[in-house]
Unconditional design. Structure first.
Length: 824
C-alpha cells in the first residue's frame, strides 16, 4: 500500500501548507493524474475501488478550485483514505507475516521505481513497448498477441517459485532456491568444450560457483562487487554445489521479475525468450493496466468477492504469492464464463424473438418406409432422439438442437431422416461438415440410405456432384448434391444456380455452403456436423441462409452437462447414449517406450491381415510447426527403418488443405497401410479397415481426445486396438492414462478430463466465435451456477445493456464474442 501512504503524506503536507497547491512540484493534479492508476491497482477490495473511482483522482481539478472547495475536497479524500487503511490493516498484517517467512526481497518492492502510467491506448500495437521491434511483434502475432491489451491478457502458463531465499551455506541440492549475494569474480570460461560464463557468488555464509553454458557474453554483465540475485536448481559438480544456468538479476532499485519471487512462465514461440518476455509483460502491466478500468458492475464484484480487474491482471502476471495468483485467476475465470453466459443468453433471445420458424408436417408413412428399408432397427436411444427432433420440427419455432453421440452411435441415420422430412415438406436441407473428406463420406452415406429401396438414376455416381434418387418414400425423385471447395468454378456455379432455383433438395458440403454466393431457394433444415469445429458464428451464418431454418448440430465429443449448458446454452440437448448392438469395445493398452518394438510387430501383423493403422505423434504444445517437423521426422524414420515394405502416409497441420484431403482419401481407399499423423487426423473419419490406433506421447493428450482417436478404429465387426505409448510417468499421470484401459464411456472420460484439465484445454482455445476459456477450470464449473445466476439477473434487469453503468460491460462483451461478431 505504498501508493496510499505517500498519497496521504502529500495531502497532509498540502493541508499544512494551507491549501496553496505547493506540496508537490508541478502541482497536486499532475501528481494525482500520474499516480491514480497505481494506487487504484493496489486496492484489492472492489467496494473500496468503486469508492476510489468516485473520487476521480485521475482527472482531478484541484488546481482550479478556491480554498473552500479545496478544503472540502481534501476532507473527502482523506476520509476515504482512513476508510481504506482501516479495511486493509487486518489483511496487511496477515500478509506481511507470510512474506517475511517466504519471500525474498519485500523491502525491495518498497524501493521500486514509481510506476509510469502510460497514455497510449490499449489498442496500440505492442511495438510501443521499448524493445518490441516489428520482427518481435511478428513472433508475438503467432501467439495472437498484437495489441497492448493482448499482452495484458497473455497469461503465464505457470509460475516457478523462486521466493524461497537461502543463505549460501544452507543450499540444498536438487531444489529451486534463491540466493542474494555479491559477485566476487566473473569471467568467460571454457565449460565442457564450449565457452560460457563462470562466476563466484557469495554471502556472509559462504560462496558458490555459478555457471552459464554457451553464454560467454554474460560475463560482461557482471562486475566484481555487484549484488546479484540467483534463482535456480542447485546441482553437484565434482562434489561441489553449483548453480547451472540459473535465472539471475542484478539487485538494483528495480522490482525483481526473474528471480526471488513467483516468476511467471509464459508460453513462447521460436525466437521469443523468457527474460525478454517477462521484461515486456512487466512494463506493459506497470504502464497500462490502469487503463483497463473494470467492466464488471461493482455489485457483482462485491457479491462474488472478486478482485478488481487491473489488480487481477497485475497479480496473474506477477503475483505476490500463490494465494493472490489464485484469486487473480478466479476473477479472470469468472469473466470468461460470465461473458460466455451473457452472450449465449442474448443469442437465445435473438433467435426466439426473430421470425417464426417453419412447422413441418411429419408424415408417419415416410418415416416408417424409410426405417423399414434400413438393414437394422434403431436403438432405443436413437428412437428417443428421433422423437425429440420430430417434435421440434413440427413447431413453428425454429429448432435449435445439439445432438451428442459417440462415434458410430448412429447420428447420421437420424440426420438423414430429418433431411428427408424437410424435403417431403418441400424445403431444402443442408448438411455441413468440417472437411471435404467428411462431407464426401456423409454424401455417400446419405445417398446410400436414401436409395436403399429406390433406384439411383443411371450414370450418376456419388461423388460426381449431384445424383437423383427415386427413393420410393416420396412421389418424386430427390436430388442430392455435394458442394465442396475443390469443385471447379464452373461446377460450383452450376450448383449454386440449381440450389438457388430449388432444383436440389439436399445439399451436403463444407464451409463452401455458407459462402455468400450460395443462395438457397428455401432452406428449411440445416444440419451441422462436428460442432466444435465450427462455433457459433458459422452456425448463425448458416441460419441466415434460410427463412429461420431448423438447426441440428451434431457432435461426437461428449460434453458434460454443466459445460454444455454454458457453451451451448442456446441449444436444446439430445444424447444418443447407446451404441448399436454387437459393437466391440476397442481393446486399449498403455505401453512404455521399451514395448514399442512389440507394438510395431503387432502393427505389422495387422497390416498383413489386410488391416490399416494410425500412428499419432506427440502433441507439441504451442507450436504446430514443431509438431509438423516432429511428425515428418517420425514418418521418415518409420518408413525407412521400421516399415520399409509398407506404404505409409503423412498428415499434419502445416500441409495445404488439398494435400491433407488427398492423403486421407488415399488412406481411406486402402492405398496406404499406415497413416502417421499429428492430432489433426479427422474426427469422424470412417476408415472401415483400420484396426490399430497407436498414440505416441499419449500422456500429452486429454482423455477425451484419446477417446476420439480410439473411435477411429474397430468400426467394422473386427476387433479394434488402441496402443498408448507414454514416456516415464508420475503415478498420477499413469493412473489417468490407465483409465483409458478400463473406461469406454466417452462421457465419463470427458468429466474426468474437465476435472483434471479444465474447459479451455478440453475444447481448445481457438474455436471460432466463442470467447476464450483460458483460465476457467472445473473448480469454476462448480461455481458455474453462481456465474449463470449473476448473468441471468443482469440480463433480466438490462437485457440490451443500455444502462450507462453497463457500457463498459457491453464493450467487453462484443470484444469477447470475437472479432467480427456484432453484439446486437
Ligand atoms: P455416427 O454419425 O454417430 O458416427 P453413423 O450414423 O455413421 O454414426 O453410424 C455408424 C454405423 O453404424 C453406420 O454404418 C450405420 O449404418 C450403423 N448403424 C447406425 N444405427 C444403427 C443401428 N441402430 N443398428 C446397427 N447399426 C447401426
Ligand atoms: Mg459421424
Amino acid at each position: 500500500m505504498t501508493g496510499i501512504d505517500s498519497l496521504r503524506n502529500v495531502l497532509e503536507l498540502e493541508r499544512r501548507k494551507g491549501y496553496t497547491d505547493k506540496a508537490v512540484i508541478g502541482g497536486l493534479d499532475k501528481y494525482l493524474h500520474k499516480q491514480a492508476g497505481q494506487i487504484r491497482q493496489s486496492i484489492n477490495n472492489p467496494q473500496l475501488v468503486s469508492g476510489f473511482d468516485e473520487l476521480n483522482l485521475a482527472n482531478s481539478n484541484y488546481g482550479s478550485y478556491g480554498v473552500d472547495e479545496r478544503k472540502r475536497w481534501m476532507t473527502n479524500v482523506l476520509g476515504w483514505l482512513d476508510k481504506i487503511e482501516k479495511a486493509t490493516k487486518t489483511n496487511r498484517s496477515q500478509k506481511s507475516e507470510v512474506r517475511s517467512q517466504k519471500s525474498v526481497v519485500s523491502s525491495q518492492k518498497a524501493a521500486a521505481e514509481p510506476r509510469q502510467n502510460r497514455r497510449e491506448g490499449l489498442d496500440s500495437p505492442i511495438t510501443v513497448i521499448k524493445g518490441i521491434t516489428s520482427s518481435v511483434a511478428n513472433k508475438f502475432a503467432r501467439l495472437n498477441v498484437r495489441e497492448l491489451r493482448d499482452l495484458l491478457y497473455f497469461f503465464p502458463r505457470r509460475y516457478v517459485d523462486y521466493s524461497r531465499r537461502k543463505p549460501v551455506s544452507e543450499l540444498i541440492e536438487g531444489e529451486d532456491q534463491t540466493i542474494i549475494g555479491t559477485i566476487w569474480q566473473a569471467r568467460v570460461a571454457t565449460l565442457g568444450n564450449r565457452r560460457g560464463t563462470e562466476a563466484i557468488v557469495g554471502d556472509k555464509t559462504g560462496n558458490i560457483r555459478v555457471v552459464w553454458f554457451n553464454q560467454p557474453y554474460l560475463a560482461k554483465s557482471f562486475h566484481t562487487n555487484d549484488r546479484v540475485v540467483i534463482s535456480g536448481t542447485v546441482g553437484l559438480f565434482k562434489g561441489h554445489k553449483v548453480f547451472a544456468s540459473p535465472e539471475w538479476e542484478l539487485l538494483k532499485d528495480k522490482e525483481l521479475i526473474h528471480t526471488g519471487r513467483l516468476v511467471p512462465v509464459y508460453p513462447l514461440t521460436q525466437g521469443l525468450y523468457p527474460r525478454q518476455v517477462r521484461k515486456w509483460t512487466k512494463e506493459t502491466v506497470d504502464g497500462y493496466v490502469w487503463q483497463l478500468g473494470d467492466f464488471l458492475p461493482s455489485d457483482i464484484k462485491t457479491h462474488c468477492q472478486l478482485l478488481d480487474l487491473p489488480a487481477a491482471i497485475a497479480q496473474v502476471h506477477y503475483p505476490d504469492d500463490l494465494a493472490m495468483a489464485e484469486r487473480a485467476r478466479g476473477r479472470l475465470a469468472f469473466d470468461e464464463l460470465f461473458l460466455l453466459q451473457l452472450g449465449v443468453l442474448a443469442r437465445k433471445r435473438d433467435w426466439q424473438e426473430s421470425q417464426p420458424g417453419n412447422a413441418f408436417h411429419v408424415d408417419q408413412e415416410v418415416i416408417s418406409r424409410f426405417l423399414n428399408c434400413l438393414p437394422f432397427t434403431l436403438t432405443q436411444a436413437q428412437e428417443r432422439v428421433l422423437q425429440e427432433i420430430l417434435t421440434d420440427l413440427k413447431q413453428a419455432k425454429a429448432m435449435s438442437r445439439l445432438l451428442q453421440g459417440e462415434v458410430g452411435s448412429g447420428k447420421t441415420v437420424i440426420a438423414t431422416l430429418a433431411l428427408l422430412i424437410a424435403a417431403a415438406n418441400g424445403y431444402q436441407g443442408a448438411l455441413m461438415a468440417p472437411t471435404e473428406v467428411l462431407a464426401e463420406q456423409h454424401y455417400t452415406n446419405i445417398c446410400g440410405y436414401l436409395s436403399q429401396v429406390g433406384t439411383q438414376e443411371p450414370g450418376s455416381e456419388p461423388g460426381e456432384g449431384t445424383i437423383r434418387c427415386y427413393t420410393g418414400f416420396l412421389s418424386r425423385p430427390l436430388t442430392i448434391a455435394l458442394l465442396i471447395g475443390s469443385l471447379s468454378s464452373n461446377e460450383k456455379e452450376r450448383l449454386h444456380y440449381k440450389i438457388g432455383q430449388g432444383e436440389v433438395d439436399i445439399i451436403v458440403g463444407t464451409h463452401a455452403l455458407i459462402q455468400k454466393a450460395v443462395e438457397f431457394n428455401k432452406l428449411g433444415l440445416a444440419v451441422i456436423d462436428e460442432q466444435h469445429r465450427f462455433g457459433v458464428l458459422q452456425r448463425s451464418a448458416l441460419r441466415q441462409k434460410g427463412f429461420n431454418p431448423h438447426v441440428l448440430v451434431m457432435t461426437a465429443t461428449p460434453i458434460p452437462r454443466t459445460m454444455a449448458l454454458t457453451l451451448y446454452g442456446d441449444l436444446d440437448i439430445s444424447v444418443i447414449d447407446e451404441l448399436p448392438p454387437g459393437r466391440q469395445v476397442v481393446r486399449t493398452k498403455c505401453l512404455e517406450p521399451q514395448d514399442r518394438e512389440k507394438a510395431y510387430i503387432f502393427l505389422h501383423r495387422q497390416v498383413s491381415n489386410g488391416r490399416q493403422a494410425f500412428i499419432i505423434c506427440p502433441l507439441v504444445e504451442e507450436s504446430e510447426i514443431l509438431e509438423a517437423k516432429a511428425a515428418t521426422t517420425e514418418y521418415e524414420r518409420l518408413s525407412r527403418e521400421v516399415f520399409p515394405n509398407l506404404k505409409l502416409g503423412l498428415l499434419h497441420g502445416q500441409m495445404p488443405g488439398t494435400e491433407k484431403e488427398e492423403v486421407m482419401r488415399r488412406f481411406r481407399s486402402g492405398e496406404l497401410d499406415i497413416l502417421v499423423s499429428t492430432s489433426v487426423v479427422e474426427v469422424g473419419i470412417d476408415v472401415p479397415r483400420a484396426s490399430v490406433m497407436m498414440v505416441e506421447g499419449a500422456e500429452r493428450f486429454g482423455l477425451s481426445q484419446l477417446h476420439q482417436f480410439r473411435g477411429r478404429v474397430g468400426r467394422d465387426k473386427e476387433q479394434g486396438y488402441c496402443l498408448l505409448i507414454s514416456e516415464k510417468l508420475s503415478p498420477e499421470a499413469r493412473e489417468r492414462l490407465r483409465l483409458m484401459e478400463k473406461v469406454h464411456d466417452g462421457f465419463v472420460l470427458a468429466e474426468k478430463d474437465l476435472e483434471l484439465r479444465g474447459p479451455g484445454e478440453f475444447f481448445g482455445t481457438h474455436q471460432s466465435g466463442l470467447p476464450d476459456l483460458k483460465l476457467a477450470k472445473l473448480t469454476d464449473l462448480r461455481s458455474l451456477e453462481l456465474v449463470r445466476q449473476e448473468a441471468i439477473t443482469l440480463f433480466q434487469s438490462d437485457p440490451n445493456l443500455n444502462k450507462a453503468e453497463h457500457q463498459p460491460l457491453r464493450q467487453q462483451l462484443s470484444r469477447a464474442w470475437s472479432r467480427g461478431a456484432e453484439w446486437s
